[in-house]
Ligand binder design. Structure first.
Ligand code: GLN
Length: 286
């Protein structure tokens, strides 16, 4: 049997397990290439080769896991974010394309890449935001926090892989993990799904991704509110909070930052046109 026919059979199996056909075809191919160590070009020229027994066994096992809706990123152990490859484990949320908007927003807010100061990434997970910002702002001191020790270990490995492990200080704990400030920039993709909505998430997310990285309590805004409260006392003058939130949380974000006397509030929409990233700034002379 050829690799291609095995991949096609795997695709059918994934569709039967409820995965959308467009996604199933790509997943079946990506998992085959992962085992073979092939890029796309090699796959297209070599896919008519006969399968070896060891590939056959390993591939069938991977497809069975994918059919149980394990996300591809956990099966391959990696995901691209901001053009860089990150190691990913079930202890970390899989980086989403929306979160690149968070990074983009920080870059717009601070166009001068040579600035110094302290930037904190709250709930760093795989470390993707902290690592990218450490690269983009070579003179800033970067602190990354997380309540999960295993996630911090993954983030540290990713920082090492991208040559910025010396640039990032790691802290275990909630929100700012006891940092006293003053802080120039606070960046975060906190958990923001409501407890009620958790059960309606795709099986890949609900059954496999870490709930501590997703569940934002009954209102979905528990961490967001705590973060705004802390930011309002720890930001320097003209320092900003840049945060990702759920598409129905814009009003809460605006109301809570106003109540905390943060100012210059902006809300940025994602490519689907949904409010996704909020910015608010602390000014002493407001
Ligand atoms: N956007 C993510 C999801 O829908 C949620 C991420 C988060 O809670 N920070 O799965």
């Amino acid at each position: 049997m050829s690799i291609l026919s095995l991949v096609n059979a795997a695709c059918t199996r994934l569709i039967e397990s409820g995965i959308r056909p467009e996604e199933a075809g790509l997943d079946a191919e990506v998992l085959a290439r992962h085992l073979l160590g092939w890029d796309r070009a090699t796959y297209f020229t070599e896919r008519n080769r006969k399968v070896t027994r060891s590939f056959d066994k390993e591939y069938i096992a991977l497809i069975a896991r994918r059919a149980r809706r394990e996300p591809v990123a956990y099966l391959t152990g990696r995901r691209e974010f901001w053009g860089l490859e990150f190691a990913i484990t079930p202890d970390t949320l899989i980086p989403r394309p929306e979160t690149e908007l968070l990074v983009e927003t920080v870059l717009h807010l601070r166009p001068d890449r040579s600035i110094d100061g302290v930037l904190v990434d709250v709930g760093t997970g795989s470390g993707c935001i902290a690592v990218v910002l450490a690269i983009e702002f070579p003179n800033m001191t970067i602190v990354a926090t997380d309540i999960s020790h295993p996630a911090l270990a993954v983030a540290q490995a990713n920082a090492k892989r991208h040559g910025v492990s010396e640039r990032i200080e790691w802290r275990h704990g909630p929100q700012l993990a006891g940092l006293s400030g003053p802080i120039d920039l606070i960046v975060s993709n906190p958990p923001y799904v409501t407890t009620q909505a958790m059960q309606h998430l795709a099986p890949e997310v609900r059954d496999h991704e870490p709930h501590v990285a997703l569940n934002g309590g009954t209102s979905g805004t528990r961490t967001l509110r705590a973060l705004i409260a802390e930011a309002s006392v720890k930001l320097v003058n003209n320092g900003s909070l840049v945060v990702e939130f759920g598409c129905d949380q814009e009003a809460v974000f605006r109301q809570v930052v106003n109540a905390a006397h943060l100012t210059d509030t902006q809300v940025i929409h994602d490519i689907q046109g949904l409010p996704r990233v909020g910015v608010a700034t602390y000014r002493t002379n407001r």
